[in-house]
Write a protein that binds this ligand. Structure first.
Ligand code: GTP
Length: 604
């Protein structure tokens, strides 16, 4: 294929606006997949993707398209739509020259449409707006055309109106791809320069790296070097994705495909790495910012005897998802486990669900926290810790106030798009979450776009759900990283009759301490069994008690139930009680069952 007949493009959209459906139609129109089959979301390969109807891992497909006697190679790089995976979106975009920006004709521009547009705009890609679902009864494509003009400054005549579901006008999308997206600028005669933009792990074949060739050619048998690790490999196989792997003799500059070269795990094929031929070093392509985990949570096996199984399941899953960070951790209440870092909450849920579905593992996941920082106050301390700022991912490591000049918390810039009637309620929600409004514009007569600076900690738990429920599902939300801000953080302890409960230490913002403390005390009260004496549950900051609940005393005599004297029944009861005790932990003289900890620590 001459490079001028190649187009590399991506489809970007807000969740559910029809990206995968459009991809299916494009695959059919170009004969890549059979029309007669039931083609639903062919590119969504993971079980969780099909179930949730979302794309998590970007997939790639090469399409062949004949137009006016000319054969074109169109490389379609699918991208996830959700905010947690915007890292994967920018990765995919770096291999493209253009994008199809799909917008639902009924819902119009949503928060992720805006976020995705700017990722493409900053990468200087050609943007083709595609208004989808024009078959819907409530579709109002003209209104969406105006929004696109207003928010993105794209002239109305550039919008293509389609129904991906019915196939209406999809042909003109292909035409626009050829006419409006420039071919890749490449040099076939220069030495190989290939960008690794994704990688997956296959049990039998090792790492499969998805590559975009900027210069040169690569073939089976070539010796290649990773610019990142400087390791040399021999290429075992190259090919295109159709969308399944199809081996070819060579891959040429301008093409997108895959390469297998005996790499043992995905860290050897770092995303953003440049591959070149042995003894022909080149200037590496600009890499990506590596994905930063923003949400941390503890993960423990429900039963400690499952520890090794869970360990190997986590190892296997992270082979395919290098954006998850894993550190060993242990908790007095929950035993040995890990502290995992995720890109966001959905990422965490998806990881958990994949563990359960693909590896049959059942786990306890603790309430997520965000990475706080503490700036140390003296040169002596900086020397001792060997850094000026310490990142705190575990409340147990929280340095006391006397050592710290200030605490910092991560913040994000959030975009909310909502019908005007919900603006008031949304502003109240944001205020309650310590958010600062940055901007507010009308994108049409009755839709508003709000921008807020929000502490990440305030949105990790239930912000999105609250936003959805108070707007009857109409508001959409997306966010981008906005660094750190000073925060008045405090360490909150939980006490049972005056004894510290180590596993329940929490870091909270001063203004939220009372609410959070009260909630923990209440949950503990509901899950602690009554004992022979009264139990005081307290939340405290230093020596100051900020919340309290009481569990009344209860004389528990299980044998009382068995007056009648059935000895076997008595034995059974005693045995069951003894088993229950094994799972208890003693705090002072109070017996706390593992279940009570799980109820307090677990994500709701
Ligand atoms: P994510 O992968 O989660 O980002 O979603 P997506 O953007 O890939 O959306 P998907 O293609 O899964 O479509 C979402 C829903 O909209 C599905 O139920 C589709 O059947 C439906 N849909 C897609 N295109 C059309 C269309 O043109 N008309 C109508 N009526 N429904 C459509």
């Amino acid at each position: 294929f001459p490079a001028e007949n190649i187009r590399n493009f991506s489809i970007i959209a807000h969740v559910d606006h029809g990206k995968s459906t459009l991809a299916d139609r494009l695959l059919e129109l170009t004969g890549t997949i059979d029309k007669t089959k039931n083609n639903k979301q062919v590119l969504d390969k993971l079980q969780v993707e099909r179930e949730r109807g979302i794309t998590v891992k970007a997939q790639t497909a090469s399409l062949f398209y004949n137009r006016e006697g000319k054969e074109y190679l169109l490389n379609l790089i699918d991208t996830p739509g959700h905010v947690d995976f915007s890292y994967e979106v920018s990765r995919s975009l770096s291999a493209c020259q253009g994008v199809l920006l799909v917008v639902d004709a009924n819902e119009g521009i949503q928060a992720q449409t805006v976020a995705n547009f700017f990722l493409a705009f900053e990468a200087q890609l050609s943007v083709i707006p595609v208004i989808n679902k024009i078959d819907l009864k409530n579709a109002d494509p003209e209104r969406v055309v105006k929004q696109i003009e207003k928010v993105f400054d794209i002239p109305s005549d550039e919008c293509i109106k389609i129904s991906a579901k019915l196939g209406t006008n999809v042909e003109s999308v292909l035409q626009a791809v050829i006419e409006r997206i420039p071919p890749p600028k490449v040099h076939r005669n220069s030495p190989l320069r290939a960008l690794v933009f994704d990688s997956t792990f296959d049990q039998y074949r090792g790492v499969i790296a998805n590559v975009a060739l900027f210069d040169g050619v690569v073939a089976k048998g070539d010796k290649i070097v990773s610019a990142h690790t400087q390791k040399t490999y021999e290429v075992n196989e190259v090919g295109v994705l159709n969308p399944n792997e199809q081996p070819t003799h060579k891959l040429y500059a301008g093409q997108v495909g895959y390469l297998i070269a005996g790499m043992k795990d995905v860290t050897e094929a770092q995303i953003g790495d440049t591959l070149y031929l042995h003894k022909q070093p080149v200037e590496p392509l600009p890499g990506f910012k590596s994905a930063k985990p923003m949400v941390f949570a503890g993960m423990y096996p429900v039963d400690q005897s499952e520890y090794n199984n869970l360990k190997s399941a986590i190892e296997k899953l992270t082979l395919n998802d290098s954006s998850v960070t894993v550190h060993r951790d242990s908790s007095l209440a929950l035993g040995a486990g890990w502290r995992l870092g995720f890109l966001g909450l959905l990422h965490m849920e998806v990881f958990n669900q994949r563990l359960e579905q693909e590896y049959n593992a059942s786990v306890i996941l603790t309430t997520p926290t965000v990475p706080y920082k503490a700036v140390l106050s003296s040169a002596k301390l900086i020397k001792e810790y060997r850094e000026k700022e310490i990142t705190i991912i575990n409340p147990a490591q929280f340095p006391e106030k006397s050592k710290v000049s200030e605490y910092l918390e991560p913040v994000v810039l959030g975009t909310i798009i909502t019908p005007d009637e919900y603006t008031g309620k949304i502003m109240m929600l944001c205020q309650a979450r310590r958010a600062v409004q940055k901007n507010m514009v009308f994108i049409d007569q009755n839709r508003v776009m709000l921008k807020y600076l929000l502490p990440l900690n305030e949105i990790v738990v239930d912000f999105y759900d609250s936003l959805k429920s108070l707007s009857s599902g109409y508001a959409s939300f997306d966010y981008e990283d906005a660094g750190y801000q000073t925060a008045e953080l405090v360490k909150m302890d939980i006490l049972l009759n005056g004894n510290f409960v180590e596993e329940l230490v929490t870091i909270v913002h001063k203004d939220k301490a009372h609410t959070v403390g009260k909630a923990i005390c209440e949950r503990l009260k509901d899950s602690l069994p009554r004992q022979l004496f009264e139990i005081a549950i307290q939340a405290a900051i230093g020596s100051r008690i900020i919340a309290r609940e009481t569990v009344k005393a209860y004389r528990k005599n299980v044998l009382a139930k068995c007056y009648g004297g059935d000895i076997t029944r008595k034995m059974k009861l005693l045995k069951r009680q003894a088993e229950g005790k094994k799972k208890l932990r003693k705090i002072g003289n109070i017996e706390v069952p593992k279940d009570a900890f799980i109820k307090v620590l677990k994500t709701q």
